[in-house]
Design a protein around this ligand. Structure first.
Ligand SMILES: CC(C)(COP(=O)(O)OP(=O)(O)OC[C@H]1O[C@@H](n2cnc3c(N)ncnc32)[C@H](O)[C@@H]1OP(=O)(O)O)[C@@H](O)C(=O)NCCC(=O)NCCS
Length: 226
């Protein structure tokens, strides 16, 4: 079940203007989350880093906290549901400048906190990001990249259906040596053939009837259109 604010097991909330948000502090103190996901100098953690991370995320097309809902969760995303949910990581879809927007692409980046890695949340969040990109943001391609030391991430992205497109040789310096940047991508039609049928099933089920009313009310589908 994928929607703009949820996937099968996870919900997604905004990055709030709160630099004391433990998630921001935890993410910027998690060495793998910083070093594996950024070419920036890995400066020591603290509130200043949390502020920089928040400010950057808030300028992206999508910057979201990935959350595990409370076990008693009923499927809503109201203030109480968000407050009770446990943050497990962050995900963003890059903003491109207005003079690049006609190419309709973005790049996904994500970081899952150490205690929550290896449980499938990263895979689910990436699928959510793809769904958001192709079904809500009307994009045509989604890029994702990893440094060559991060072989697990590259394997994961290929397993999710991304195509290996290139290697930027010796693009990142870490621990005394240069590493490649491995670049992967997925096109809209590739996503459609891998994941679209499932998404289409939902949309067809929820499609408005010819007289304009919703034919089959389903509890999780967002019907409000501004
Ligand atoms: C890479 C990452 C996003 C994957 O999310 P996840 O929730 O751990 O991944 P899932 O549980 O959905 O899938 C597990 C797969 O991810 C791979 N993976 C990559 N880095 C991992 C890590 N640090 N810990 C656990 N799994 C990792 C595993 O190898 C596994 O694949 P395998 O079964 O073929 O070995 C997450 O581990 C993470 O945030 N790592 C640190 C930051 C990072 O590397 N970000 C990506 C930058 S490109």
């Amino acid at each position: 079940m994928y929607g703009p604010w949820r996937s099968d097991r996870l919900i997604y909330r905004a990055i709030e203007d709160n630099d004391d948000d433990p998630l921001l502090i935890d993410i910027t103190s998690d060495v793998d989350a910083i070093v594996n996901a950024s070419t920036r100098l890995p400066l020591p953690p603290g509130k200043k880093r949390a502020t920089a991370q928040r400010e950057w995320l808030q300028t992206q097309l999508v910057g979201a906290v990935i959350c595990l809902p409370d076990p008693e969760w009923t499927g809503d995303t109201g203030a109480k549901d968000l407050a009770k949910a446990t943050p497990v990581g962050i995900i963003h879809l890059n903003a491109v400048s207005p003079d690049q927007a006609h190419h309709r692409y973005t790049e996904i980046g994500l970081r899952i906190l150490k205690p929550h890695r290896g449980k499938g949340y990263g895979s689910e969040a990436i699928k959510w990001g793809l769904h958001f990109a192709f079904r809500y943001a009307s994009l045509h391609r989604v890029d994702i990249a990893a440094f060559s030391w991060n072989t697990g991430a590259v394997r994961l992205y290929e397993r999710l259906g991304f195509t290996l497109e290139g290697r930027k040789r010796e693009a990142a310096f870490r621990d005394g040596k240069f590493w490649d940047l491995v670049e992967l991508g997925m096109l809209e039609h590739e996503w459609e053939s891998l994941y679209g049928k499932q998404a289409n099933g939902r949309i067809e089920e929820d499609a408005p009837s010819p007289n304009g009313s919703i034919s089959t009310p389903l509890p999780h589908f967002e019907r409000d259109v501004d």
